[in-house]
Design a protein around this ligand. Sequence first.
Ligand SMILES: Cc1ncc(COP(=O)(O)O)c(C=O)c1O
Length: 417
Amino acid sequence: MTGTLTNKQLDIDFVRQCFPTFAEPLAAKTAFFENAGGSYVAGPVLEKLMHFYRMNKVQPYGACEIQKLAGNQMDAGRQTMADLLGVDSKNITLGASTTQNFNTLAYACEKILNSKSELIVTAQDHEANIGAWERLCLRTGATLRIWPINPATGELELDTFKSLLTSATAIVCMTHSSNIVGSVNPVSDVISMARPNGTRVIIDGVSFAPHQWPDISTLAPDAYCFSTYKTYATHLGVMYTSTEFAESLDPQCHYFNVEYSQKRLDGAGPDHAAIAALDGLGDYFTQSHDHHFGESDATLYEKTKNTSALMHRHENKLCVQLLAGIDDLPLNILGRNTIEGREANVAMTSSKHSSATLSKALAKENIAAGHGHFYALRLLQAAGIKDTDDGVLRISFGHYNNTEDVDRVLSVLRAIH
Ligand SMILES: Cc1ncc(COP(=O)(O)O)c(C=O)c1O
């Protein structure tokens, strides 16, 4: 039996001890709020990575013991990722990044489109989940429809989606939560509305997954992508595709690999060691679960769900501290100024200073929080932000941040306003 969440708090000292980076002087003095750009790496992941590079950096799956061990470790990494998500490993493609996975998926989708087809992408997405589909439309003659944001809130509204969905809509591509706006989008409602129409739903979970581990098996999308270098692991893109969807697409692998479902959409095999190291992410979630809830025979999927909920609650508490602390400052949050329905990833502009000035002032105090459009250029344009290079200041939390980190951000932002 896995533990109950009631009244449990994340043991932040335990968490920080699990990340070797915090033992380094530079990281120890840095308050790190660039997590949406990439997280620190959990100790067990680093151990598996180092182990592979030291012991088994060879052509895997060969006849020699050293090669067999390399293959076994890669299989373990892939299986752990499937177990963490509660899905079959044959439904997982591991790519170099999510950008690459979307591009490969878009090529694979050519087979299910014609010049009468329509695709919906959102104005809230990262360019990775727009450009690949726009180029696909140019190649096939299909029509690209943009699901616009409400410019006042930055949010996507279901009524607008309803008005775009037609009998010709072949694919909807949308983000689970934007890397700028932070609101959690109603992806489940979109799937329910799209499925009877025969429309495929492809979800970008890159910005969502670091804050809440995605429950892909419950959501049951056609495809779901996220990047493990933002979920405390190595630099890979994970792409789930349902069997039925994957089999309807053009394989993008070498012709002799078509029968291996996990290779069908693998455009270029990524770093072997990075795959093997994913096994360490399972270790991290297990250790964290057992520390907080006690050992149990629950599945890795159940343990991860409960552990992720604790991490999420911790991040939300910190985000509330930030939102309350800046409430009276001349800062304009792009998205909600309350925690309900949003992730701890907050983008803002100031009416007194450029975003670059805010970021520099924070950096001077060893606080990492960048500025710009973060590859969501079209979103910033739609929200009416004129200087998109200056863009927004983004404060993106990880579950290893603590209240002192937030205090430091607040003291800088308050001092300069
Ligand atoms: C929301 C979102 N989608 C997609 C991507 C692209 O992911 P990757 O860097 O793995 O290509 C990013 C990267 O920052 C992102 O934030």
